[in-house]
Design a protein around this ligand. Structure first.
Ligand SMILES: C[S@@+](CC[C@H](N)C(=O)[O-])C[C@H]1O[C@@H](n2cnc3c(N)ncnc32)[C@H](O)[C@@H]1O
Length: 309
């Protein structure tokens, strides 16, 4: 029987949540992957949400195409509007579950998931599924937040309550909010060899007046919006008064001129082995000879060169 998702998605798709997700671009959220993308590639973006990263990926593959996949049908309407507003005709969206991807083995050159694996009940199974639908020689690219890698200043009373509550709620929903630090371990358990995995880290940082107003407002709203309140209060994690206190803490933090906030992310690029290719196949961006082997580079002037050339 195909596996289905056991975890509950903690954030939901309230407008205050999507205000955060639609800020995302390939540059600020998938920089570690960009050197590996070639214009002909066929990319799957799993858990694409409102699709702003997905649209950027489509713009990077004008001779290729991108499929955005998402478990929540409603948010795909927004993703389709984002793609239409940018007149992208090499992108389409489907409803699906990372646990049972409805694609044959070896369909995509790149399979990407940004801030998704932290929300699934079985990350190792999800990574196996991402690997299955990736072509030999292709890449599985995953970036995930690490909530205990969040730091802020000043230490406004109530902000620690926010962080502790988020960890409790996300774990009781079946996810792992400190996913970033675990990605390598999960990829190894999913069957990737260590030499086929490139590991990196990067952070988002908010501190300008605009950034701190945007970030504190949306978190203050997220904290007390009805579906999150039901989840938190119904699960016995906190009461409405405590949520209101956290929302006030966010606003107080955002009003400070010296407010700083950052969150660390773990990143992995996992190269699926290609037994029929004899050259140098590294986890990071594809070597020129491998790009040519795949048909992505034309001409006779590239090939396997001696070290000292
Ligand atoms: C934090 S959002 C990230 C959205 C997008 N990748 C981005 O970074 O803007 C996580 C998304 O993953 C989706 N998701 C969670 N579990 C999933 C699953 N099992 N299969 C497919 N999508 C899933 C959620 O519905 C949500 O839209």
């Amino acid at each position: 029987m195909p596996k289905t998702e056991t975890a509950v998605y903690t954030h939901g798709h309230h407008e205050s949540v999507l205000r955060s997700h639609t800020w995302r671009t390939a540059a600020n959220s998938a920089g570690y992957l960009l050197p590996s993308i070639l214009p002909h590639m066929h990319i799957l973006d799993v858990g694409c949400g409102p699709g702003t990263i997905t649209a950027d990926l489509a713009a990077l593959v004008p001779e290729g195409r991108v499929t955005g996949l998402e478990q929540a049908p409603d948010v795909l309407e927004q993703a389709r509007s984002v793609a239409a507003a940018r007149a992208l005709d090499n992108i389409h969206f489907v409803v699906g579950d990372v646990n049972a991807l409805n694609f044959p083995d070896g369909t995509f050159d790149v399979v990407h998931a940004h801030q998704v694996i932290q929300h699934v009940g079985d990350p190792v199974h999800a990574l196996r599924e991402l690997r299955r639908v990736t072509k030999p020689g292709g890449i599985v690219a995953v970036r995930d937040a690490d909530y205990e890698g969040t730091i802020w200043y000043p230490d406004v009373e109530g902000m620690n309550d926010w962080a502790e509550l988020y960890l409790r709620v996300a774990r009781s929903n079946g996810g792992e909010p400190n996913a970033g630090r675990r990605l390598l371990s999960w990829a190894l358990s999913a069957g990737f060899d260590r030499e086929d995995i490139a590991v990196s880290a990067s952070a988002w940082c908010y501190s300008t007046p605009q950034e701190r107003a945007w970030w504190s407002d949306l978190w203050a709203e997220r904290t007390i919006e009805p579906s999150y309140t039901r989840m938190v209060v119904g699960g016995g994690h906190a009461n409405e008064e405590e949520l209101a206190h956290i929302a006030r803490a966010w606003r107080e933090w955002g009003a400070r001129e010296d407010a700083y906030w950052s969150i660390m992310h773990g990143e992995i690029l996992c190269r699926v082995p290609d037994p029929s290719f004899q050259g140098d196949l590294v986890a990071e961006s594809p070597t020129t000879e491998y790009s040519r082997y795949l048909g992505f580079v034309e001409g006779d002037d590239v090939g396997i060169h001696d070290e000292d050339e």
